[in-house]
Design a protein around this ligand. Sequence first.
Ligand code: SAH
Length: 478
Amino acid sequence: MRFLPVFLDLKAGPVVLIGAGELLRAKLRVLAAAGARLRVHAIDGDHDLGLGSDDTARVTLADGDPLTTDLSGVIAIVCAGAGGVGVAMSARAKALGLPVNVMDDLEHSSFIFPAIVDRGDVVVAVGTGGTSPVVARRVREKIEALLPARIGELAEFIGAFRKSINERIAEFPLRRRFWERVIDGPIGAAVLAGRKGEAEAALGKISDPTAFARTDKPEGSVTLVGAGPGDPDLLTIKALRALQDADVVFHDELVSPEILDRVRRDTARIPVGRRVGRPGIGQDAINKRMIEAAQAGQRVVRLKGGDPFVFGRGGEEIEALRAAGIAYSIIPGITAGLGGAADFEVPLTYRHEATRITFLTAHRARDAETVDWLTLTDTKMTVVVYMGMTAAPAVRAGLFAAGRSPETPVGVFARVTRPDAQGAIGTLRDLPELVRRINGGPAILIIGDVARHAGSLRRETPENNPKKIISDLLDAAE
Ligand code: SAH
């Protein structure tokens, strides 16, 4: 470690900032954000510093020569885009024992600027000892993605209550335990979710903070997480964080191994879903196990393919959690219909062609019989069918009954967003045949004029041009 990261209070100021152009303005923004009092020498004479109205009171423009200006009381010198003036200024600062930074010039700097993640009271500084600001920036991006957006609010929240709570807990280790329990439990989760009022109320309800800190049992919770259709890069940042925080993950069979790889290594992963032809442990047993794990103080993630609330039984699960009084939250995921549309370039709505979308399930022919197909007569409605492979003939019959033309474009899209994704395009007349052409599910059906816009079909050979397939079929029908 060549430089020690420290956090400086710049309000004592002034800091002298010397330079030109966008480099100067960028440094000015950072320093102003830290509340610095600044004296700025814009050596190119461009005094348009792009300051906000709050900053102007703390920033003064200096016109004299920075090399001869009076530096008494100055706490640091920063040069950005200052050229040779920066080097000369560095010598002056060093002679006076003043900390100095010359941008991109390690030799003439006695301190350097880190890449910063700024979340209010929570600030992360990333440095590479001046070797590579680009590497520092990449590290910062990774941290940005991992840190909850409201982590600063959490620090502020605790700051506001710290004094009063600490006065009520005599022993230091117990105080720490108290705050750990608050941060890791439902109160912390509520602040991070932006529900500060709820968090305040819950904190207020803790009548005996010492007893709260002493209880061994941590407070468990369940997070329903949408895993998306398969591509792990389609996980939301929130989902990724939940996977990293979980003590146990109950997952559906549909969740891809690449996504399970994102779960923390020492976390138990328990498959609970059913698979075609093989029953899972059943919904009641799933609910029971989740509740038991949460009651035992574990952070439970219930990981589901796509979105938890789209044909995912999320509704039943939160009902059970509510009944058992378990804290829970829901993280949405990209549902297979949206993943498939993006993957195969089918715009689900399109001016003049499709003005609404229906997501439909037709698991077995029996389900298909219960669908009110007459609600699907509107030809400007795109119909996305889940679990519709086996029931494809019944789906076709139903849409015919709704008056849809046999020539309606149709796409069957399997294993969407995964490396082995596969699509087949045709018309409603051929739907069962298209399903046969796909080498297994899971697959969605997209039915409606917009299916004609489908882009790449990957393994569909030799004619893998969807537009041509559709137009050939339409020509043949005429
Ligand atoms: N909650 C899930 C749906 C679960 S129902 C979601 O929002 O996506 C299971 C059905 O989803 C499958 O029968 C299939 O129709 C569809 N499905 C799930 N993953 C899929 C994928 N990767 N490719 C195509 N269809 C998929």
